[in-house]
Design a protein around this ligand. Structure first.
Ligand code: PNS
Length: 159
């Protein structure tokens, strides 16, 4: 059985993330979506909230497990027996940082490969930051976020 980890901040999960999760789930026997800490970001949702939102969106994907970890990505991946880390690449601007992370993770655990899935062209412009900005100004979020979590994002704006 081949398992992969799809890590990220997912603050919140977008339709672009969901596209990568669905494609990874069709390639691997099991996909662990892991909400992790990005020390450069100040999230809107708690890690537990993000896990719960992604679980709702992945209810129809039986081989997807959603968890969180506050540790190193490679340690989490090894603990789940994953052979690969899956990342989505939207544009050249993602590449430098993602390549650096892939090399750092390879150094930490050479047994785990990083695999990049090219983002669907429908979502190359999309990020959690863009979706939160749209929400702030009351834009229609249905092209950006899964319907299951739009109320959560709108409720956060009111707080
Ligand atoms: O969605 P993001 O914010 O681009 O995801 C980045 C994330 C959370 C995957 C990355 O920051 C990460 O792997 N954090 C866990 C700590 C770690 O293993 N860092 C990389 C090696 S130093």
């Amino acid at each position: 059985m081949k398992a992969a980890v799809y890590p990220g901040s997912f603050d919140p999960v977008t339709l672009g993330h969901m596209n990568i999760i669905e494609r990874a789930a069709s390639i691997f026997d099991k996909v662990y979506v892991c909400v992790m800490v990005n020390s450069e970001k100040n999230p809107m949702f708690s890690r537990q909230e993000r896990v719960e939102m992604i679980q709702r969106c992945c209810a129809g994907l039986p081989n997807v497990v959603v968890e969180t970890s506050g540790g190193l990505l490679v340690d989490y991946a090894a603990s789940r027996g994953a052979v690969a880390i899956v990342k989505g690449l939207r544009a050249v601007s993602d590449f430098d940082w993602e390549f650096q992370m892939a090399l750092a993770n390879k150094k930490l655990n050479p047994a785990i490969e990083t695999m990049f899935l090219a983002s669907s062209e429908k979502y190359t412009y999309l990020s959690s930051t863009v979706a939160k900005e749209m929400a702030k100004y009351g834009a229609d979020l249905s092209d950006f976020l899964p319907n299951e979590i739009i109320p959560d994002v709108l409720n956060k704006q009111k707080k």
